[in-house]
Design a protein around this ligand. Sequence first.
Ligand SMILES: [Zn+2]
Length: 323
Amino acid sequence: MDDAPPLKILCITGWCRNGSTIIGNVLNEVPGVFHVGELHFLWKNAAGRGANDSCGCGLALTECPLWSEILPLGRPAGVSAEAHAATVVRRQRACVRTRHTWRVLGRGLHGAEIREHAALMTRTYRAVADLTGARVLVDSTKIPGEAALLPYLEGVTPYYVHLVRDPRAVAQSWSLPKEYCYVMPAGTSTAYWHGFNLASQAIVRRHRERSVFLRYEEFIADPAGTIDMLLRLCGEDPAGNPVRGRTVDLHTNHTVTGNPDRFRTGTTVIRDRDDTWRTALPVRARLTAAALSWPLFRRYGYRYGGTLRTGRVRAATPSAGKR
Ligand SMILES: [Zn+2]
C-alpha cells in the first residue's frame, strides 16, 4: 500500500427517491469533494444494460473523460468491455445485494468473489480520487450490501448517511414516469423502502461513530445546516458549503445514474416542501405506504395525519443511535 492518506467515502444509503442525488450534487460543489453518483451501476450502465448509459456531464459513460479512464480498470487482457461488465454484475449479485448486508457485516471478505469485487471497488475509488484530486468521494449508490463492504476496502475510510424520506412521498415519486425512470406501485416501493432501511440501520448501528441518520425532510427544511453537518461528519471544513439560504450554483457533474435532475446546472433553488403526495397520491396508495412501512414509519418520526416536524439540523452529532 502506498503512503496516500485514507480516502474518505461519504456513503449515502437508504431506499431510492430519497433525495440522494441533489444532496450529492450539492456536496459535489465543495472543494475536494466529488460525487460519483451511483457507482454500483457504472459497469452495467456503460454496457448499455442498465437504466441509462449517460454520465451527469451528458456524454455516454464510455465517452466521458473520467469514466472512460476508469472502466478498463481490472479488465483482463483479451476480455471485452461487455464480458467484463457481465462479470462485475455477476459478482455484485452474488455478494452485495441488500440481503447480503448482514453476511458482509459479519463475515467481511468471506470468499473469492467478494474479495475480487472489493479489490475492484478499492481500485476504482482510488483512481477516481487520483483523477479528480478529491479527498472525499460521495457515493449515492444506496445499496446496503455495497455500503457494508466499504470498511473492508484498503485505504478507505467510510462515513455513512442513512437517508430516509416519507414512504408516501417516495411512493408518489415512483408513481410518475420520468425520463429513464420506470414506475413502481406503492406496495412494491414501500416493501423495498422497508428492506433497504432495515439493512441500512444494521450498517449505521455497526458504525455509529461515523454515521448519521438524516430525513430528507430535514434537508429541505435546512439545506445549508444539513450540508454543514455532513461536512463535519467526514472531517471537512464547512466553510466550503456552497448553499446560501436555499440557493446553490450547480456545475457539470460526472454522476453515474441517479435522479434525472442531475443534468441540471446553474442556479438552483432547493424547494422547501415535499408534500405533493397529500393531493396527488391516491388514498389507497397512501395507506398502503404507511401500513407496509410500519413500524419504521413511526420510528423515523412520520405520522399518519401529518408530516414530520423539522427544525434546524443539529451540528455534526451522529444520531443513528437515537432512533
Ligand atoms: Zn462525465
